[in-house]
Write a protein that binds this ligand. Structure first.
Ligand SMILES: NC(=O)c1ccc[n+]([C@@H]2O[C@H](COP(=O)([O-])OP(=O)(O)OC[C@H]3O[C@@H](n4cnc5c(N)ncnc54)[C@H](O)[C@@H]3O)[C@@H](O)[C@H]2O)c1
Length: 439
């Protein structure tokens, strides 16, 4: 663990001379630009805005400290605003070194008074020093996206572990890690798997990742997808979104899977399904969204076409074996465009790695559109409130978000979209709650 004091421009403990909260961000001069972008995102987040307004009136988090380790984007900024409006003392650090929007981080500090530790492109030591700094706030509740903060809390920062009453986890990979911690008896407080709500993974993972992953590939390479072959590794919620969007852009899509049911799902959705070894020589663009490691590796690189593009939208930068790629390359990595590095193999073929193998949609684009994060972060906000009330009785473990919260968020979202739906008639209620009626 590196010492936060090593970071060059870190300002002293809160509040500093200018009255700002504790922070380490790239450039406070970007604050006005960041505020404009946060407010733009807010326009597309009507559900979270309603919750913020209610929190401001009810102040459910007075005297509560929350530490969040999340992608520092305009959308998470609006979640932090909602929690702060509810009275929470919020500290935010980044859950990925390449996803931080420096202007957003600056605005959080200078415009909204929220302690923030995030710089785009920070190295590994700085990344963990920022998590350390967030934990220095001695949080009552923690929000995580990938389980790095919870992991540090249970290993290196056990000094503040006892004060933590509960947490929320945002993504699939984090939930998997938490369940492993719980099974091993290591998890010391209740954590709610916000990822697992319908209003999160059915929309954020699917439509958000689907759109923003392609957005990132276009921004990085300006490539044409029509007529090209796109290989999508993993047909979970994210993979289904990516595959269907790529198909919609005119690509021939191949899916690779390890789960027979998911493979069947992909096949019946009209995609070709095959192992990566068979797909590797066919693909023009490879997109990994598995949450697993070494999905694209040496044996695949050596048979790929000249100019093949490699992008990862899974949580960690281990889905594409970058070490093997670097070992195979006789030249590179050479940055040929922003977020695009070229590796030249011995026979002259060039492979293009996007965003250094990190979450491409956050590193090379802006992450998911605000309209979809509206639901994920509404889930987070309402779950935090529930944890702070009903959740006080929970034993350590991983919990589902109460169904009522999931349904409330869906209801609020369709209301804001002007969508009306039917309600059950009394006869339908009676029918659905009885078992006597047969054919
Ligand atoms: N980019 C983003 O903004 C974003 C958003 C949400 C989730 N995620 C991350 O994306 C990843 C996938 O999330 P999800 O919700 O789709 O998970 P999921 O569990 O629904 O799907 C993952 C799929 O990958 C398959 N898989 C596992 N190993 C494989 C392998 N070696 N080859 C081929 N397929 C394999 C699994 O069988 C499963 O069907 C996770 O790491 C998650 O944290 C990223």
């Amino acid at each position: 663990m590196s010492d936060l004091a090593d970071l060059p421009e870190l300002l002293p403990d809160r509040p500093d001379a200018a009255g700002l909260p504790r922070h380490d961000v790239a450039d406070l001069a970007l604050a006005a630009q960041g505020r404009a972008r946060i407010e733009w995102a807010d326009r597309a987040m009507p559900v979270l805005r309603q919750i913020r307004e209610r929190f401001a009136a009810e102040r459910p988090f007075d005297a509560v400290r929350i530490a969040a380790c999340m992608h520092v984007t305009t959308e998470s900024a609006n979640l932090m605003r909602a929690l702060a409006a509810g009275g929470a003392q919020v500290t935010l650090c980044a859950s990925n070194p390449l996803s931080t929007q420096d202007d957003t981080a600056a605005a959080l500090v200078a415009e909204y008074g929220i302690a923030t530790f995030a710089r785009n492109g920070i190295d590994r030591d700085g990344y963990y020093a920022h998590i350390d700094a967030a934990l220095d706030a001695e949080p009552h509740y923690v929000f995580d996206d990938g389980c790095d903060l919870v992991n540090i809390l249970h290993t290196e920062r056990t000094d503040v572990l006892g004060g933590v009453r509960g947490g929320c986890e945002e993504t699939t990979t984090g939930v998997i890690r938490l369940r492993q911690m719980a099974a091993a008896g290591a998890l010391r407080f209740p954590v709610v798997a916000v990822n697992d709500t319908d209003t999160k993974h059915m929309f954020d993972n699917r439509y958000g990742t689907g759109q923003s992953t392609l957005d990132a590939i276009f921004r990085a390479t300006n490539t044409l997808l029509a007529g090209r072959t796109v290989v999508v590794a993993g047909y979970g919620y994210c993979g289904r979104g990516v595959a269907s969007r790529a198909k919609g852009m005119g690509a021939a899509v191949i899916v690779t899977e390890i789960d027979p049911t998911k493979a069947l799902d992909a096949a019946m959705d009209g995609f070709r399904v095959m192992p990566m070894s068979a797909a590797a020589p066919l693909g023009d663009v490879f997109i990994t969204v598995t949450g697993n490691r070494d999905v694209v590796r040496r044996e695949h690189f050596v048979v790929m076409r000249d100019g093949a593009m490699l992008a990862n939208s899974g949580h960690f930068d281990i889905e594409i074996d970058i070490t093997a790629l670097a070992e195979l390359a006789v030249e590179g990595p050479r940055r040929v465009r922003p977020s695009t590095d070229e590796y030249v193999l011995a026979d002259g073929r060039r492979l293009l790695l996007l965003a250094e193998g990190r979450l491409v949609n956050l590193a090379a684009a802006e992450g998911h559109p605000a309209a979809v994060m509206d639901m994920s972060f509404a889930d987070q906000a309402l779950t935090a409130q529930w944890l702070h009330t009903a959740g006080q009785e929970l034993a350590p473990g991983v919990y589902d978000v109460p169904t009522a919260i999931d349904k409330d968020v869906a209801r609020m979202k369709i209301d804001t979209m002007g969508i009306e739906i039917d309600t059950l008639t009394p006869a339908q209620v009676e029918y659905l709650s009885s078992w006597e009626h047969g054919s």
